[in-house]
Design a protein around this ligand. Structure first.
Ligand SMILES: C=C(O[C@@H]1C=C(C(=O)O)C=C[C@H]1O)C(=O)O
Ligand SMILES: [Mg+2]
Length: 440
């Protein structure tokens, strides 16, 4: 790698962005990432994939702290896409749930990074990639910056399960009484006729006695829900956002698109027989079927004008996680030529699985009444690339700060939702991560 970099100094760069790559034996990427001291730190593991990625540093970033215009994003994306003929360059990052309101520091409303160093593991093979950006910087300086980043790489340190934290305090926003009021407002007949679904959510702040390493928590969480997306973004030592989300926003391979309706929830049974009974009850339940059906219909409606072909499951299937199970319908499409990732993000995000229906009315309700800013919770996180892009919906997520863990959970409120049952659904969605962090 160092030789390749030094060779680069002798030839004038023909490309704006150059990616160097070497192969190495696989190593545990979260252990590697936990040991690094360069920021940002990024981890990504797509659902059902034998590939994961750890990345550090940045040679180019797009950061929108304030109002972000989708047309502007689309333009930057298109320009960037045209800049390089290399196929494998990936921009990792995310969009906030609501791009019209203030968001967390460093994360902003949209933040994407072309990492300086990227480790991609596939099976037992590892590819180490180094990205150089010759467009905005002096070539010699850029090469020196890359060499410095390589010199600062640390050896992986083995992760052990996190010690259970001592709980110093917990606060829920909204608290239960407010939640009850909000659920009753949404299920009120007059409101519900025009706004059939609003996904209400809660911010649970947990204060603990010690600092907690986000990558250790993610490694543990990943072990309990292996069929989920697992990812994390840390732009500074102060805060990290991690998620173990079952939900795909979309996967695009060329013009082929895979998305889904994931909504409707119950718990897992204590034994296989009970588990099957609960799954059947979920499939038969009118309220839960309605939650899922609204998502399916909306996705089909927004994708139809962008697609040459579109197919969506008629019947839901069961998607099982560690503590809960969901209703799931797959949706596939062949996109019209030229449909870009930003058009897809704009069309799909936020889906009624995390926002509601109609989108604007539901988002207004959330903005005005939920009482906290969601930030990247329920946002869209992933990567885009010329050939392939994948985004997950950042639910089942946590923002980790010094001695504080911020957890988020939401539930789709539709006609027939009961405040207490929906509150319990929030608890069930937090059960896996809470069990890792504290004794409860
Ligand atoms: C909003 C969340 O989850 C969403 C809501 C669901 C529901 O209400 O049944 C199920 C899956 C997700 O679509 C969350 O986990 O925070
Ligand atoms: Mg639900």
């Amino acid at each position: 790698m160092i030789t390749k970099l030094n060779q680069l100094s002798n030839v004038p760069a023909r490309e704006a962005i150059i990616q160097l790559s070497v192969e190495a034996p696989a190593l545990p990427l979260l252990s590697w990432l936990a040991a690094q001291q360069q920021f940002p730190k990024i981890y990504w593991h797509g659902r059902d994939r034998d590939e994961d990625v750890a990345a550090i540093g940045a040679c180019k970033s797009f950061f929108f702290e304030d109002q972000v215009d989708d047309n502007e994003l689309a333009k930057i994306y298109q320009q960037q896409r045209n800049k390089t003929s290399q196929q494998d360059i990936r921009y990792y990052g995310g969009l906030a749930f609501d791009r019209t309101v203030e968001c967390w520091p460093e994360f902003g409303r949209a933040h994407f990074v072309l990492p300086r160093i990227e480790l991609r593991r596939h099976g037992n093979k590892l590819r180490i990639l180094v990205n150089l950006n010759f467009e905005d910087t002096d070539p010699q300086q850029e090469i020196q910056a890359a060499l410095r980043a390589i010199a600062q790489v640390q050896k992986p340190k083995p992760l052990s399960p996190p010690h259970k934290m001592t709980l110093m305090g917990r606060s829920d926003l909204p608290h239960y009484e407010r939640w009850e009021e909000l659920v009753n407002q949404v299920t009120q007949e007059k409101f519900n006729q025009t706004t059939p679904k609003v996904v209400l959510s809660r911010h649970t702040q947990i204060d603990v006695s010690d600092d907690i390493d986000p990558w250790t928590v993610l490694a543990c969480w990943q072990g309990r829900n292996p069929n989920s997306f697992q990812f994390g973004f840390q732009f500074s030592p102060e805060r990290a956002f991690i998620s173990c989300s079952p939900e795909r926003l979309y996967l695009r391979r060329q013009q082929e698109l895979f998305t889904e309706a994931l909504a409707g929830t119950t718990v897992r049974g204590l034994n296989p027989e009970e588990d099957t009974l609960l799954a059947q009850a979920l499939l038969d339940d009118i309220k839960n079927s309605h939650e899922n059906q609204l998502v399916r219909k909306h996705i089909v409606d927004v994708l139809t004008p962008l697609s040459q072909y579109l197919g969506a499951d008629e019947q839901p299937k069961i998607f099982k996680l560690n503590h809960i199970q969901h209703l799931h319908r797959s949706i596939r499409a062949q996109l019209q030529p030229g449909v870009s990732d930003f058009e897809l993000l704009r069309a799909l995000h936020p889906t009624p699985a995390v926002g509601g229906l109609p989108r604007e009315a539901a988002l207004n309700f959330i903005r005005q009444r939920e009482g906290y800013a969601r930030g990247w919770y329920a946002g869209a996180c992933g990567y885009f690339n010329r050939n392939e892009s994948e985004f997950s919906v950042a639910i089942r997520s946590a923002l980790i700060e010094p001695r504080r863990i911020n957890l988020f959970a939401g539930a789709g409120i539709v006609a027939g939702s009961d405040p207490l049952a929906e509150w319990q659904e929030l608890e069930n969605k937090l059960a896996t991560v809470l069990a890792i962090l504290i004794d409860f």
